[in-house]
Design a protein around this ligand. Structure first.
Ligand code: PMT
Length: 215
């Protein structure tokens, strides 16, 4: 394909360790993010996939960087976006933990050493601070789905956001299908029907191509 872009995609959860055997995380399996990376590579784009801990095979033609925590993910994204002059598209699909324990013990904590209250500190917002030609986010919501997604789109400076009602059957975490709505920075709204995550991914990649190379 002519005019290859560089796609940097995050996928999966992050783990925020309290000690070597305990961590905070969420149910993301990486399926949606891996589908986006697969769709981008299949269109001939240079594709870097920054993946949290998941049990999925790397899609063909994709360079994968495995990370554990939000801070690891942030550093890997920064590095991937920084390489060379090619136009970059950053698609943040990962369910990044917003908080991490204030302290991580180097060895397993004994029960008697466990704090009754866990002190947390904020993780960096990877998407908000990233600099790319086109930035796209996801919003996994349980209520006020479109309003919350719209707020995130504005606050993170995105070209568009993919709103994901994770309470809907067949949608969200761990499923092979998804029903999403694209909310664009110009205010336009596109509701997609329930489809496979790969079909959603193809629609996202196409939308990014149009934004990166306006007609
Ligand atoms: O992995 P699967 O099992 O296939 O599930 C897919 C999914 C439900 C994880 C995916 O479709 C999805 O909705 N991902 C976004 C998860 C989310 O909760 O996002 P958020 O609302 O916390 O964050 C909004 C956006 O900012 C996201 O693009 C997120 O990647 C990004 N973000 C958030 C926090 C942070 N510290 N850094 C970020 O980059």
């Amino acid at each position: 394909m002519k005019g290859r872009l560089r796609f940097v995609v995050t996928a999966g959860p992050t783990r925020e360790h309290l000690d070597p055997v305990r961590f905070l995380t969420n149910p993301s399996t990486g399926k949606m993010g891996f589908a986006v990376a697969r769709a981008a590579a299949a269109r001939g784009h240079e594709t870097v996939l920054v993946a949290g801990p998941v049990a999925l095979r790397t899609p063909k033609g994709v360079r994968r960087v495995d990370v554990v925590s939000a801070r690891d993910m942030s550093a890997a994204v920064e590095e991937a976006l920084d390489r060379g002059p090619r136009t970059t598209v950053f698609i943040a699909v990962a369910a990044v933990a917003d908080w991490r324990p204030a302290k991580t013990a180097a060895r397993k904590l004994k029960k008697r050493e466990m704090p009754g209250v866990l002190r947390l500190v904020r993780n960096p917002d990877i998407l908000k601070s990233a600099s790319a030609s086109v930035k796209v986010g996801f919003a996994a919501e349980t209520d006020n789905v479109l309003a919350e997604a719209r707020r995130k789109c504005r606050e993170k400076g995105l070209a568009f956001i993919v709103a994901n009602d994770v309470t809907e059957k067949g949608s969200g975490f761990g499923t092979d299908t998804n029903r999403v709505t694209f909310l664009r920075a110009d205010g336009s709204v596109e509701r997609l029907p329930m489809m496979s995550k790969l079909a959603v991914a193809r629609r996202i990649v196409k939308a990014c191509e149009a934004l990166a190379r306006p007609a």
